[in-house]
Design a protein around this ligand. Structure first.
Ligand SMILES: [Zn+2]
Length: 403
């Protein structure tokens, strides 16, 4: 069943007075410090006064670190662990075994520091590679960190049967297998990442930044964002919109570098846009001027089209399900989660292929292009699949460029 949870179901708390001062305070900081209390004994906390704290195991600490590290590259906040309690913006305390009748609580105090308290429920399976950390406790931790970063329970209905922990870490409906010895570590779902990105988009920090409009490709810096005022899709729609495109989209083209995208012997410039979830090829002419009228047939200066996943077309995979490669590609563009790596006709079929990697290197996107630089389709590969594919086709030397 497709995920029913929408970004709006997870983000309405952010505008409450409860969270508003955190939003403005965190947005103004270059680093958000998190503190993990790791000794036992009485503590005096801002929100709950005196409590008896238990220590954190090093596996719990490692899991907490990974929860922050796995969201850090995708949102504008940067997280740093601190060992000084008073420096922490988010302080995490374990109160020992489940006793008070709550698994986790998150408070924001008047000075906009956040305190997380949680209790060990010791259920149900051991998390693979995390020693004696159990999956329900790991889920409590990522859920409370979700609250600390502004996420709400889905539509204020944490127990609703329309969602599970597979859809969002903010659900109470934790999916587990009590007969299984090991479980995978809970991770942010795609909708969690999109919701956090919408709360903590770069806009909060870049209000005074002026983004230049460009009509040439000279002097661009990879990773910087530019205004492509006149870029159109194949049919001539500005920015791929039928009506007016939002201003974030117009100024939101991130330069990724150059790639062979079509049958010309020149490379094209590649831009991605996290506001529209689209990407762009821009032809590189000798006079170094961008010709924005070159978007139709025979041109390669355009918003790249949206393709249908061949498996969806064949009826094997449901459209917009998590297995729909086209939807995953658009989500990764919206998360600014792709880095251009390499291009070439690796399988020798006469069509160029462009390789992107996910920011965290967990998967590689192989986009297969048409002769005119539009896209045929794309598929995700893991490291092994990418390595095998390139090795079979005699391009083992390109693996290191991509991985
Ligand atoms: Zn909660």
């Amino acid at each position: 069943m497709p995920n029913q949870v929408q970004i709006e179901h997870l983000t309405f708390d952010v505008n409450s007075s409860f969270y508003n001062h955190v939003l403005s305070d965190f947005s103004s900081k270059s680093a958000i410090y998190y503190y993990i209390h790791d000794t036992g004994g009485y503590i005096n906390t801002d929100s709950r006064g005196f409590e008896y704290a238990s220590y954190h195991t090093w596996q719990e600490e490692k899991f907490i670190e990974n929860v922050f590290e796995s969201i850090d590259p995708l949102i504008s906040l940067d997280f740093t662990r601190t060992y000084i309690e008073s420096q922490g913006d988010i302080n995490i305390y374990c109160l020992g075994d489940y006793y008070y009748g709550y698994a986790g609580l998150t408070y924001s105090t008047n000075d906009s520091d956040i305190e997380i308290f949680w209790e060990n429920q010791n259920g149900y399976s051991y998390v693979r590679n995390y020693g004696d950390l159990m999956d329900l406790d790991a889920f409590t931790l990522i859920h409370e960190i979700g609250h600390a970063l502004g996420l709400s329970h889905p539509n204020n209905d944490p127990e609703g049967s329309w969602h599970t922990s597979n859809d969002t870490v903010m659900s109470y409906n934790f999916i587990y297998n009590e007969y299984s010895y090991y479980a995978n570590a809970p991770v942010w779902s795609t909708i969690d990442k999109l919701a956090l990105d919408s709360i903590w988009s770069g806009e909060n920090q870049g209000v005074n930044e002026v983004i230049p409009s460009i009509d040439s490709l000279t002097g661009l810096t990879i990773g910087n964002t530019y205004k492509l005022e006149e870029i159109k899709d194949y049919d001539g729609n500005l920015h791929g919109y039928l009506g007016n495109a939002p201003s974030d989209v117009i100024t939101g083209y991130k330069f990724q570098g150059y790639a062979y995208s079509g049958n010309s012997s020149n490379m094209e410039a590649i831009f991605t846009n996290k506001y529209s979830g689209r990407w762009v090829t821009v032809d590189h002419f000798d006079d170094d001027k961008i010709d924005f009228s070159y978007h139709g047939q025979g041109g390669a200066t355009r918003i790249v089209g949206i393709y249908e996943d061949p498996l969806v077309k064949a009826g094997i995979v449901q459209k917009d399900s998590v297995f729909d490669g086209s939807r995953t590609f658009i989500n990764d563009l919206k998360l600014d989660n792709l880095i251009l790596k390499a291009s070439g006709d690796f399988d020798g079929d006469g069509f160029q292929e462009i390789y992107f990697s996910k920011v965290d290197n967990t998967a590689y996107l192989r986009a297969v292009m048409h002769a005119d630089s539009n896209i045929q389709y794309a598929n995700y590969q893991n490291l092994e699949q990418m390595t095998n594919f390139l090795t079979i086709h005699g391009h083992a030397d390109s693996i290191a460029l991509i991985a």
